[in-house]
Each structure stands twice: as structure tokens, then as C-alpha cells.
Design a protein around this ligand. Structure first.
Ligand SMILES: [Zn+2]
Length: 356
């Protein structure tokens, strides 16, 4: 199932009327607002956003946190307000995740938090099944529980995978203690959505102007997580594991070839892990969202990982990217078939969402 063909990667579109064929139309909605329909070369695409956040106030309260203090207007809303914003943006389906705020909590509390998160998110998604699907929250600090949570969330609650951070309070996903969770995800065939939680270890260096704890800390967190999954052989152990990273995989794909050269320069740093492929080849086995802002960044990401590995990520309702749809539609480096894949077809296959 894991093809890593390189020939299907990036074709440059020379189609002069591409802009004309990649159009948008709006249709009146019963609610009054207009729902933007995304049409590429005459065919409507069911657009799917894999990177959309929410919080469940009841679960936050268990840690004494107030959801109103969380970033993002409407973060606590998985309903009509959110749908209205999706309609405006042209997002048909959101795969919603809850950033893991419980990895440092003690086991029983974390289990309770995840239970509330999963049951509530599943209920909210079920109220609008054509617009929302959910990613499960997992108590990864207790991997035995996380295995059960994942199975229950997928089989009983209809969730399409799990949303995980960039580490488990500093423990790398490549640590063998998490293997049972990845084995279960592989067995279920569901997606793991990696969303970084910053690099608090670098708090001192990242303070000051620029919100560097996020701007640098988040993509760095993802880069470290993915690098360990590659270099420790975790992806060799679980070749069917489906991993999708936020923010285009952080810095890793943008800086990919360095990973192929480290152990050549310093063979004494090889700990003895025998990888089956070059590090950059594993990058082509994973998925990445498009939250990287420019045409050139998209082109380069597609070049390094394969255009068939890209999916829309908006960060909704956090305003990082105002128009993720046009970012793809207007990107001059993709042809119509590739745009349809990125806008929804690839995510549809990963998440079990049927096209229109
Ligand atoms: Zn995000």
C-alpha cells in the first residue's frame, strides 16, 4: 500500500486556461449565507481541511482552564458559526482535532479528559456528518490506554484517526513504548495527525519579539518528531502507518537533503539502526498540509514529498491562512488533476470521506 514512486511527483502545468477552468461558484444556503463551491475544470471538488482546531470547554475545565482564553475566535464552536466560516472559505469538510493539553496530567485525569473530548467531539460531528469528522484524543502517556481509546474512537465513535502532538511531554514518538499505539493505528488504517506543541525546552532562546516560540518552535517540534520516526526506524517497523503533519511538516521537507548526509559526514554518530531506505525517501511516505503560505513553498514541498502527499490545512479558526483554497487553486505549479487531489481527493481517501 505504500508506494513511493517518484515519477508521480510534480508536473508543471503549462495549461494556459488553467485559471479559467479553476473557478468558484457560490450557491445560496438555507441559512442565508453563500456556500462557496470549489470547481476545478468543470468538476466540483469536495474540499477537505485536515488541520482545524477546537477545544471542548468541559474537558479544559478539569484542568482549571478557561476556553475563552484559548486562541482563535469560535474555537469552542463546532456548529453553525464554524460552518458559516467554512462556507465562506469553500471548505466542505473539516477533520477536527483537539490540541493535546493533557500529556503532563496524571493518568486518571488524562483518561477522563480524553473521554470527554472524544465523546463530545463525536457528538458534535454526528450533528453535521457531511461537514465534520473528528480525530481522537489519546492519553499517550499511558500507551496501553491510548490503544483502547483509539480503537473505541474509530470503531464506536466514528473517528477517522488521532491527533497527536510533537512529543509526549518530551518523550519522542519513536520511543518503543509507543509502538503498540502505532501498531493499532496501522491495523485500523487510520491517520495520525501530528500537530506540534512548540519546544518549551527552548523557551529562553525563543522569548522576545516575533512569537518565536510558535513561528520557529512549532515547525521545529514537528521536524524533531518526524526525524526521530525516520532515523530510529519506527517507519520501517510500521510501513503502513499513515502520518500527516501540520504546517507542511515543519522545516523537515524544506531542508530534506541534509538528512541524507549527516551519517556520511559523521559515521561515528550512527547508533546502529539499519534503515531500509534513505531518510528522504521516508518523507515521501508521509502526508503534509499546505499551511506554508506561498506558491514557491508549495512547489518545493511537492517536489520533495510528492504532490500526492499534500492535503489542505487551514488552522481554522486560528487566522494563519485566510484563503487556503485559492492558495492551491492559484498555484501555477499544479495542473487541474493535482489541484483536485490536494483540495480533497487525497484527504478523502485517507479519512474515508466519499466525493460528491
Ligand atoms: Zn494548528
Amino acid at each position: 500500500m505504500h508506494s513511493h514512486t517518484h515519477e508521480g511527483s510534480l508536473q508543471f502545468c503549462d495549461c494556459a486556461n488553467n485559471i479559467l477552468t479553476a473557478t468558484n461558484e457560490a450557491a445560496a444556503q438555507p441559512g442565508g449565507g453563500a456556500r462557496r463551491q470549489v470547481i476545478v475544470a468543470g468538476k466540483r471538488v469536495k474540499t477537505i481541511d485536515v488541520h482545524a482546531h477546537c477545544v471542548i470547554p468541559k474537558a479544559l475545565e478539569l484542568q482549571g482552564k478557561d476556553h475563552m482564553k484559548e486562541r482563535g475566535p469560535g474555537l469552542g464552536d463546532v456548529g453553525l458559526r464554524r460552518i458559516g466560516e467554512m462556507d465562506e472559505q469553500g471548505i466542505d469538510v473539516e477533520a477536527i482535532s483537539i490540541n493535546p493539553h493533557w500529556y503532563k496530567a496524571e493518568r486518571d485525569l488524562a483518561v477522563e479528559i480524553c473521554k470527554i473530548n472524544n465523546e463530545t467531539l463525536a457528538e458534535l460531528c454526528a450533528a453535521h456528518p457531511d461537514r465534520f469528522v473528528g480525530f481522537a484524543a489519546l492519553t499517550l502517556q499511558a500507551p496501553d490506554v491510548a490503544v483502547q481509546q483509539l480503537e473505541h474512537a474509530v470503531k464506536k465513535l466514528g473517528m477517522r484517526g488521532a491527533a497527536i502532538g510533537g512529543s509526549v511531554a518530551g518523550d519522542e514518538f519513536a520511543n518503543a513504548k509507543f509502538d503498540a499505539v502505532w501498531r493499532k493505528a496501522e491495523e485500523l488504517g487510520v491517520l495520525l495527525f501530528i500537530h506540534p506543541q512548540g519546544t518549551p525546552e527552548l523557551a529562553h532562546r525563543l522569548k522576545g519579539n516575533g512569537w518565536l516560540a510558535n513561528v520557529i518552535g512549532n515547525p521545529l517540534d514537528t521536524t524533531i518528531a518526524l526525524s526521530h520516526l525516520i532515523f530510529e526506524g519506527t517507519l520501517d517497523k510500521f510501513p503502513g502507518l499513515k502520518v500527516c503533519s501540520a504546517h507542511g511538516g515543519g522545516f523537515l521537507p524544506q531542508y530534506a537533503p541534509r538528512s541524507d548526509n549527516g551519517l556520511r559526514v559523521a559515521p561515528e554518530m550512527d547508533t546502529g539502526v539499519k534503515l531500509k531506505k534513505k531518510p528522504t525517501e521516508y518523507m515521501r511516505d508521509m502526508y503534509y498540509d499546505t499551511l506554508i503560505f506561498t506558491d514557491e513553498a508549495l512547489r518545493h514541498l511537492a517536489h520533495e514529498v510528492g504532490v500526492e502527499k499534500l492535503v489542505i490545512g487551514t488552522d481554522h479558526p486560528i487566522p494563519w491562512q485566510a484563503d487556503s483554497i485559492n492558495h492551491v487553486l492559484n498555484c501555477p505549479h499544479f495542473n487541474d488533476a493535482q489541484k483536485r487531489m490536494i483540495l480533497g481527493e487525497t484527504a478523502g481517501k485517507l479519512l474515508g470521506i466519499a466525493p460528491f
